[in-house]
Design a protein around this ligand. Structure first.
Ligand code: PLP
Length: 380
């Protein structure tokens, strides 16, 4: 197992050593952070240290960080928090399902802005849609989980603010990969996920801009200033805080290192399979993400072949309950159906090496050889 290559960081990054250490320390702090005794105060201190680490990593105030169980819950919380102030929601066609599906449950008026063939939001169409909603809530993710395409968040924010609206930015894939700052994005709500940056699963945060509406009353023990009651998951949050600090500190150098790895990977793909497609290739993209389709290779079977070669990746298609459906993101980008069916996402991160990239390329070769045995024979 240890010789496996993990190239699925966008699904979940391996735990960083810094996060592991913080979690182990926190596991020994047994108190409930709401208790007044010494054990409780110790747990509270760990929680507040993590809050400061998360806040600092995105330029926010600690009191505006609300810990959640992950990005999904944070997105849902933001949708509800803005509901009273917003007349409807305008979201990009490439938002994560966690937002898209829930938006329809919370808002009667949901409008979807198209994206370009490169996977960036079409700002003209976005503006037109915003004009149709009084005090809109807009949702534009910072970077897409499938293609890695970085979205023009600050420009989108300007369009939203001109119209007196609120902006929700899902930065689950962006944190630690590009600079993420609440004020630079001019976001009203910013969403983060721990396990995408090498923290543990089951932690995340909704970060509020000062004065962002939050009109939900939830009964409970009053934790998180009453905004998300329930005893906090101290060890996971401590790991999340440590992961934030490490990911953001290392982001400038890691972006350079990972861009070199990704470029080597994509040069290898192009060299071996000249008929391949690299999605969002000419858009600003995360250095960590490469979504590729190779002619004749179906993602469903390729994933199994790659797994047999010891390489863990994802398909661009969403897969839940055993059903594989065409990627909504690639469909919105107007990609050809056979390319969508072949989309394989390789995503790299803090523990990725040049050797991993070479192994991914060799495994792709093997997958293609399995899928195209006749073609290979004829070519010989
Ligand atoms: N938003 C984006 C862009 C994601 O990639 C994901 C996870 O895949 C989520 C939200 C949901 O994150 P979590 O697993 O923390 O709920």
């Amino acid at each position: 197992m240890s010789d496996r290559v993990y190239a699925d960081f966008n699904a979940g990054a391996p735990l960083r050593p810094e996060a592991r250490e913080a979690m182990l320390r926190a596991l020994d702090a047994q108190g409930n952070p709401s208790s007044v005794h010494a054990a409780g105060r110790r747990a509270r201190a760990l929680l507040e240290t993590a809050r400061e680490e998360v806040a600092e990593s995105v330029g926010a105030r600690p009191e505006n960080v609300i810990f959640t169980s992950g990005a999904t819950e944070a997105l849902h919380l933001a949708l509800e928090a803005a509901r009273e102030a917003a007349g409807g929601i305008v979201l990009s066609a490439i938002e994560h399902d966690a937002l898209t599906a829930q938006a329809a449950n919370v808002y009667a008026d949901v409008r979807t802005a198209p994206v370009t063939t490169d996977g960036a939001i079409d700002l003209d169409a976005f503006e037109t849609l915003l004009d149709g909603v009084k005090h809109p809530l807009a949702a534009v993710m910072a970077a897409n989980n499938e293609t890695g395409a970085v979205q023009p968040v600050a420009q989108a924010a300007a369009c939203v603010r001109e119209r007196g609206g609120l902006l929700l930015v899902d930065a689950a894939q962006a944190l630690g990969r590009i600079p993420v700052d609440v004020a630079d994005f001019d976001a009203s709500y910013l969403v983060l996920s721990s396990h995408k940056i090498g923290g543990p699963q089951g932690a995340g945060a909704l970060v509020l801009a000062p004065g962002a509406p939050f009109t939900i009353a939830r009964g409970g023990g009053g934790q998180e200033r009453g905004r998300r009651p329930g005893t906090e998951n101290v060890a996971a949050i401590a790991g999340f805080g440590a992961a934030c600090r490490a990911a953001v500190e290392q982001q400038p150098s890691e972006s350079v290192r990972l861009a070199a790895l990704r470029d080597a990977f994509e040069a290898g793909v192009r060299g071996r399979f000249p008929d391949s497609t690299i999605f969002s290739e000419s858009a600003p993209r995360l250095a960590s993400t490469s979504l590729v389709a190779v002619s004749g290779l179906r993602a469903e079977t390729a994933l199994i072949a790659l797994d047999l070669e010891g390489v863990c990746v994802s398909s661009g298609a969403a897969c839940s309950s055993g059903k594989v459906r065409a990627s909504r993101v690639l469909t919105a980008m107007g990609a050809a159906p056979e390319r969508i069916q072949g989309a394989l996402r390789f995503s790299f991160g803090w523990s990725s090496t040049e050797r991993d990239v070479a192994r991914c390329l060799d495994a792709l070769d093997a997958a293609v050889a399995r899928a195209r045995p006749r073609t290979m024979e004829r070519a010989v």
